[in-house]
Write a protein that binds this ligand. Structure first.
Ligand code: HEM
Length: 510
């Protein structure tokens, strides 16, 4: 058994990649006990820029050099198409675009890409604004009390409301109605995915645990998945009975519209991140190819349910944390907050809308400083600070041999604090992201949403949500630190990056 448990551990060394001494079965898991955020940097300091580690028998290669990252994410994409998927995933998550592989991933990404276009995001503005109304009315109570409170909790209720509304077509106020079936099941869903002991076992013994986990009866998991699957399926039936113009315009509807598409969008048009950033635009607008009838791609009902889940898995924690981080940085950098408040006030004067407080989508590009604040927040605290690609075949990346099967991990946190690209990286300086400054950046030195064809498909949605929410809050309130505010903020980084103990701040009416 010991031979099996350690036999995998020579593969990194053979190609000259240094790593901490692995333990039998678990590899270097203990190195990351406290999370990955600081330990990436620790690993690079101790083992050099070309380093790696083992989790179970799987080898990881840590990459934080921009040109090498460009090679992996873009130039040699066909050899690095898939993310590494954790063992214990069941339907519906296993059907979601996050976990799909190779051709099936391409098909689904192609079908979903139009649903995340800028024009489609515009239709989400109303739904996000409605959830903001609820958030602001809940904030008023805290502002009137004059006391500090855990704003992260309010944000997490708010983003859940947005997910429910946008992806599942359900209207909830999770702060006021924590007993709502949807809210309760979401909480359970997250508690469930956090069952770490099982996860660790699975990582160490995929060959026994995965099949075992599949056959073990798990009532709770089945009930939970059943709830969401039923909710979405009921909604689909309802929508299909409705007239086209009666249907609620949300993401679920966009997906239903995309169920079968005659257009096939090629991989070269998947990269939303680079297309959205005009400063590094290389792409022509997508020229859709019509497919012959028999090659048309479609989404099954199960797959639609799975895609609704991506908002929960990929969009919920990340957006919640981004809002908390922006709040923390504004509260602790009052001069930046003042500058932003001024921009918000000028904006509000110019764009008085027919709805009180309602923000028009088209006006949102008139907020350059807010955009800079969000960009700098995501540099300092990128919620998705590590993501991976699996190496399909042995290959050489800028002189370095990477063996087939190795998992390449992009160390975004380390990259974002590299003083070569970001002088005084510990400082919050939104001016790093003026239009002119952005032109000077190395395009692969800043990756809060990843890059290349497999980058974040929800980036526009995330940025829209962050922008509207911060704007609506700052029209009415400002953030202040209190003695309860933890400075510097403690972080958790086992899965995504987030505040470890919530975020305690005061909000003050303006
Ligand atoms: C601030 C919020 C968010 C951040 C920081 C973020 C970041 C990321 C990152 C770094 C990746 C991996 C990219 C790569 O591997 O190159 C990713 C993938 C993804 N994100 Fe986001 N994300 C956010 C919000 C969202 C939202 C709201 C959605 C909504 C649907 C979403 C959907 C996805 C999906 C589906 C993928 C996988 C794409 C694929 O495999 O083809 N994300 N995200």
């Amino acid at each position: 058994a010991l031979v099996y448990s350690t036999s995998a551990f020579s593969r990194l060394e053979r190609v000259g990649i240094r790593h901490p001494a692995p333990l039998p079965f678990i590899g270097n898991l203990l190195f990351f006990r406290q999370g990955f955020w600081e330990n990436h940097t620790k690993l690079i300091k101790e083992y050099g820029p070309l380093c790696g580690y083992y989790i179970g028998r799987r080898m990881y290669v840590l990459v934080s050099e921009p040109e090498m990252i460009r090679h992996i994410l873009v130039k040699d994409f066909s050899n690095f198409t898939n993310r590494v998927t954790p063992g214990l995933v069941n339907k519906p998550i296993s059907d979601s675009i996050l976990c799909l592989r190779d051709q099936r991933w391409k098909d689904v990404r192609s079908l979903l890409t139009p649903a995340f276009s800028a024009a489609k995001m515009k239709e989400m503005t109303l739904l996000i604004n409605q959830a903001c109304d609820v958030l602001l009315s809940n904030f008023k109570v805290y502002a009137d009390s004059g006391k500090a409170f855990d704003i992260q909790r309010s944000y997490s209720c708010f983003t859940l409301d947005v997910v429910a509304s946008v992806a599942f077509g359900i209207h909830v106020d999770s702060q006021k109605n924590p007993e709502d079936a949807f809210v309760k099941n979401c909480k359970k869903f997250f508690e469930f995915s956090m069952l770490r002991p099982i996860l660790i076992l699975t990582i160490a013994f995929p060959f026994i645990m995965i099949p075992l986990a599949r056959i073990l009866p798990n009532k709770r998991r089945d009930e939970l998945n059943g709830f969401f699957v039923k909710a979405v399926k009921n909604m689909i039936t309802l929508r299909d009975c409705q007239d086209a113009n009666e249907r609620r315009r949300d993401f679920l509807q966009l997906m239903l519209d995309a169920r079968s598409s005659t257009n096939y969008i090629g991989v070269e048009h998947f990269d939303i991140v680079n297309q959205a950033d005009v400063s590094i635009q290389h792409h022509k607008p997508p020229a859709d190819k019509a497919l012959p009838k028999k090659e048309q791609k479609t989404l099954s009902e199960d797959e639609i349910v799975a895609q609704a889940f991506i908002f929960l898995i990929a969009g919920y924690e990340t957006t919640t944390s981004a809002l908390s981080f922006a709040t923390y940085l504004l509260a602790t950098n009052p001069e930046c907050q003042e500058k932003l408040l001024q921009e918000v006030d000028e904006f509000s004067e110019k764009h008085v809308s027919t709805f009180i407080g309602f923000i028009q989508f088209c006006s949102l590009h008139n907020l350059p400083y807010l955009e800079m604040v969000i960009a700098e927040t995501l540099r300092m605290y990128p919620p998705a600070f590590r993501f991976t690609r699996e190496t399909c075949k042995n290959c050489i990346v800028m002189g370095q041999c990477i063996p087939a099967g190795a998992v390449v991990e992009i160390a975004v946190g380390h990259l974002h604090y590299n003083p070569e690209f970001w002088p005084e990286p510990e400082k919050f300086i939104p001016e790093r992201f003026t239009v002119e400054a952005k032109l000077q950046h190395h395009p692969f030195a800043y990756l809060p949403f990843g890059a290349g064809p497999r980058s974040c498909i929800g980036m526009r949605m995330a940025l829209l949500e962050l922008k509207i929410t911060l704007l609506r809050i700052l029209q009415k309130f400002k953030f202040e630190i209190s003695p309860e505010t933890q400075i510097p903020l403690q972080l958790k980084s086992v899965s995504t990056l987030g505040p470890k103990n919530g975020l305690s701040v005061k909000i003050v009416p303006r």
